[in-house]
Design a binder for this molecule. Structure first.
Ligand code: HEM
Length: 167
């Protein structure tokens, strides 16, 4: 799987992707202020996420046999990496590995996208509680951008071969 992710990563033009999603220094600065990443809020969101997945028979079945503590831990690493805005080839590779894991686990694309939507809603809800309205305005734009970036790369693990892709 690492080989496959490496081949896919070579086809992702990170600079072009960042520019398309309008991710720049101000996005990094905004997200550096995100309080939910500092006060244990992420763990709470991840716990809500697994409650959400257990509400649907399809996703409950997909989790069967997997060590949930390990999945929670990997989730935490993934979101922490994303919100650090440390975007480099290591990030692209890691994101593609995560996408491939879901492709191989047969998580349907709409289920995967809905999961990103769940996280986005939870993060926005937390930001509204913890920040001033002016901060929330900037944060919500930045949160949306990096979540969409991450989803676009993870889903490339599903579809990069299926479409003729320009960077
Ligand atoms: C926001 C979306 C999601 C993120 C960021 C995410 C994140 C992760 C991460 C980081 C891993 C560990 C991958 C590895 O170490 O190899 C993982 C594994 C896994 N995730 Fe997710 N996940 C998401 C959505 C989902 C959904 C909707 C399901 C459906 C039940 C799911 C089920 C699984 C399963 C079954 C594994 C284990 C795959 C394996 O190792 O065989 N995930 N996820």
């Amino acid at each position: 799987m690492t080989d496959r992710a490496m081949k896919l990563a070579q086809r992702v033009d990170l600079e072009s992707r960042l520019s398309r999603f309008q991710i720049d220094g101000s996005t990094r600065t905004n997200l550096g202020q995100l309080k939910v990443m500092r006060n244990g809020g992420l763990e709470t969101i991840i716990a809500h996420f697994y409650e959400y997945l257990r509400r649907f028979p399809e996703t409950q079945a997909l989790l069967k046999g997997h060590n949930e503590d390990r999945l929670r831990h990997r989730q935490k690493e993934h979101w922490t990496h994303l919100f650090s805005c440390d975007f480099d080839q290591r990030y692209v590779h890691s994101c593609l590995m995560v996408g491939l894991a879901h492709y191989q686990a047969r998580v349907a694309p709409h289920t995967y996208i809905a999961a990103y939507s769940f996280f986005q809603s939870e993060l926005l809800r937390a930001a509204i509680k913890l920040h001033t309205p002016a901060e929330v305005e900037a944060l919500s734009i930045s949160i949306g951008k990096v979540i969409m970036l991450d989803m676009s790369i993870a889903l490339n693990a599903y579809i990069l071969d299926a479409v003729s892709m320009k960077p």
